[in-house]
Design a protein around this ligand. Structure first.
Ligand SMILES: NC(=O)c1ccc[n+]([C@@H]2O[C@H](COP(=O)([O-])OP(=O)(O)OC[C@H]3O[C@@H](n4cnc5c(N)ncnc54)[C@H](O)[C@@H]3O)[C@@H](O)[C@H]2O)c1
Length: 254
């Protein structure tokens, strides 16, 4: 049991399946009261019923007030988990780029805007961002996803460094492949890069809870990502060349 989570009011967005459902199940198992959000109302209800939680369906951008009311007035933990996999490159439609910004970044900003006043007044709150290793590195074949996940990571960092001394805890979860519908939909690039080392959604929940216990910002369910992140920072051209080799391998296999 993680003490910080017992009886806490927790919101998980995009929790009708995949990583969000695993986070919701784990929070419930640890004794939290959980709001299960998803765009898909049926899937949100199914997970909420299973864990004794409360379904609040709808767009993750606009559910804080309803979720707070459902939890009796206080949100202790907010998991900004809903995300979309938007593939393509510079030629991806404007609408694809806009939707990726909206769900992968602005939903986090809007939630923080709604949550921070009460958290700062209380002197505590916990914001969990499901980013991706693509937010630290990049994902071949998926520019809107990579760029917006970098944005999500940057926003989580900004929140943490700005409100750390005022009681806000922030965690950024950055996994590589996780066996969910999103991985299945990621096509041949996901097959090449993510599938071989993919983990289960429950492993992501385990990594988050370890991170909560150890009070760590950066959560790496695939620990090897730390070395890739270091290589990117210290030897950018070498790192880009090796990523380009991966790109070429993908092109040859297509
Ligand atoms: N699966 C992976 O390999 C992987 C790796 C790294 C990071 N992630 C991230 O993990 C998070 C969860 O992804 P997943 O793999 O579980 O995907 P998933 O597609 O299985 O689940 C995402 C859920 O979010 C919901 N959703 C989408 N847009 C929404 C919105 N605007 N409001 C509310 N709900 C919405 C979907 O209906 C779906 O149930 C995402 O942010 C994703 O980018 C996934």
């Amino acid at each position: 049991m993680v003490e910080a989570v017992q009886d806490a009011g927790v919101v998980v967005t995009g929790a009708g399946g995949g990583i969000g459902a695993a986070l919701a199940r784990r929070f419930a198992a640890e004794g939290a009261r959980v709001v299960v959000n998803d765009l898909d109302a049926g899937r949100a209800k199914a997970v909420a019923d299973e864990i004794g939680g409360i379904a609040v369906p709808g767009d993750a951008s606009a559910i804080v007030t309803e979720a707070r009311n459902a939890l009796g007035g206080t949100v202790d933990v907010y998991c900004a988990n809903a995300g979309i996999g938007s593939g393509g490159g510079e030629a991806a439609e404007e609408e694809v780029w806009a939707q990726a910004w909206d769900v992968n970044v602005m939903a986090h900003v809007r939630a923080a805007r709604a949550l921070l006043p009460a958290w700062l007044e209380r002197g505590e709150g916990r914001f969990v961002s499901t980013v991706s290793a693509a937010g630290l590195l990049t994902m071949i074949g998926a520019a809107p996803y990579s760029v917006t996940k970098h944005g999500a990571y940057a926003f989580a960092e900004w929140l943490s460094l700005t409100y750390r001394h005022r009681g806000l805890k922030v965690h950024a979860i950055c996994p590589q492949g996780v066996r969910t519908d999103m991985l299945t939909a990621s096509g041949s690039a996901g097959e090449l890069v993510l599938a071989p080392t993919a983990i289960d959604p429950e492993d992501v929940a385990d990594a988050l809870f370890k991170g909560i216990e150890e009070d760590r910002f950066l959560i790496l369910p695939h620990p090897e990502v730390a070395a890739y992140y270091e290589a990117r920072a210290t030897e950018p051209d070498r790192w880009l060349t090796s990523m380009n080799h991966l790109q070429q391998k993908w092109e040859a296999a297509k």
